[in-house]
Unconditional design. Sequence first.
Length: 127
Amino acid sequence: MKRLLLLSVVVLSACSQLPFKQDQEQEAEAARRAATVRKPVVSELASDGSKRVAVDGVEIEKVVFRAGASSATVERMARKAGCDGNGGPGAGLLSEPGPVEVYRMMCSNGTAYLAKCELRQCKPLQR
């Protein structure tokens, strides 16, 4: 009886060491999937309908201009800081409207003036 039990244990343990065809197929399929590089389909138009722009391989997303409650205040602050505002339409809201808002105003020299307004109390952001 002990010999039969010992023999069955040896046979079963030997079977666990044998490679199964199903495991080999799964490993081969996983290797094929890893080797296949899928690139997402990219349309030529952005979400706003304008043409996509990429600089040095990095896509640039255009943000739609939205005026906010403190746009005029931020424009005044920017002019006092030396940003004339001829680089765009004015101080646009970047964040969602609410108690804390972030504004951006493009300057004619290519820089952007950023300000954060909390409950309509605006402060320039550090550059």
